[in-house]
Design a protein around this ligand. Structure first.
Ligand code: DGL
Length: 266
């Protein structure tokens, strides 16, 4: 069981930020990554579609004998976590929301917290519900920032255009009094520095990748499911081949990649 891969999925490149953090935290683990580029962006899709896409990807990852599933997409974590958990009974399923909520509730319980993410994530109100369940004193304000993921996909990072889009969203009155900001989209770590410099240290910006990878690492360790063979293999599948994805994956994983197109016929 231990040598089997960790299965990670996202709608596209966003989950690579999580896969990369996991590979650093757990260098002996084999990874299978599925990027559903055919259905990107999940943040604009209906709950029914996000659940359906997630289900079929998980079927594929189970066929590949994954020993754990990581939903490395906030939109899918918000909308399809229960769908996936109901399907996968005998191996651990991780989402990208619960570890962050846990961290927030332990460290920032009285704070004024802002959340930015896709429309699907924000409309689900999952962060408000989960944070307020653990810390009723925290004030949570969220804002959908749907232009950010396509902007990042198009590599407008650290440019005038991205500064303008980021400033436009973050100056929204909903986020006016926040002291902590959760980047509730797996694409956003790629603009973490820009967001941080917008706030000039006045707001704590939570970069969730480390929190999530540490949580996964300690959980797998506790379950005695870690691999100890350093000869690892990283396999990437995408439902629609794009050069862009290959380039991004190579930026994150500086090694020869196995990248295959796999249309799940959804
Ligand atoms: N990676 C997705 C998320 O974390 C954002 C991109 C999309 O909408 O598919 O929600």
């Amino acid at each position: 069981m231990n040598k089997f891969p960790i299965g990670i999925f996202d709608s596209g490149i966003g989950g690579l930020t999580i896969a990369n953090a996991i590979s650093k935290e757990l260098p002996n683990e084999n990874i299978i990554y599925f990027g559903d580029t055919k259905h990107l962006p999940y943040g604009e899709k209906s709950n029914k579609s996000i659940q359906l896409f997630s289900k079929d990807i998980v079927d594929f990852l189970l066929l590949k004998k994954c020993k754990a599933i990581v939903i490395a997409c906030n939109s899918a974590s918000a909308i399809a976590s229960n769908t996936v958990k109901n399907k996968v009974k005998n191996i651990p399923v991780f989402n990208v929301i619960d570890p962050v909520v846990k961290e927030i509730s332990e460290k920032f319980s009285n704070y004024n917290i802002g959340v930015i993410g896709t429309k699907a994530t924000i409309q689900s109100k999952v962060y408000e519900k989960k944070i307020n369940k653990k810390c009723p004193n925290a004030k949570v304000s969220s804002l959908a920032t749907p232009l950010l993921a396509p902007m990042i996909e198009e590599r407008f990072i650290n440019e005038e255009i991205s500064h303008t889009v980021i400033a436009n969203y973050l100056s929204n009155k909903k986020l006016k009094n926040i002291d902590t900001l959760i980047l509730a989209c797996t694409h956003y770590p790629l603009i973490y520095n820009e967001i941080k410099s917008y706030y000039k240290n006045e707001v704590t910006v939570i970069n969730s990748t480390k929190i999530i990878s540490k949580h996964i690492s300690s959980s797998l360790k506790e379950l005695n499911m870690l691999n100890n063979n350093p000869k690892t293999k990283y396999q990437f599948y995408i439902s629609n081949y794009t050069k862009e994805f290959e380039r991004s994956a190579k930026l994150f994983f500086k090694q020869d990649l196995i990248l295959k197109e796999k249309d799940l016929n959804l």
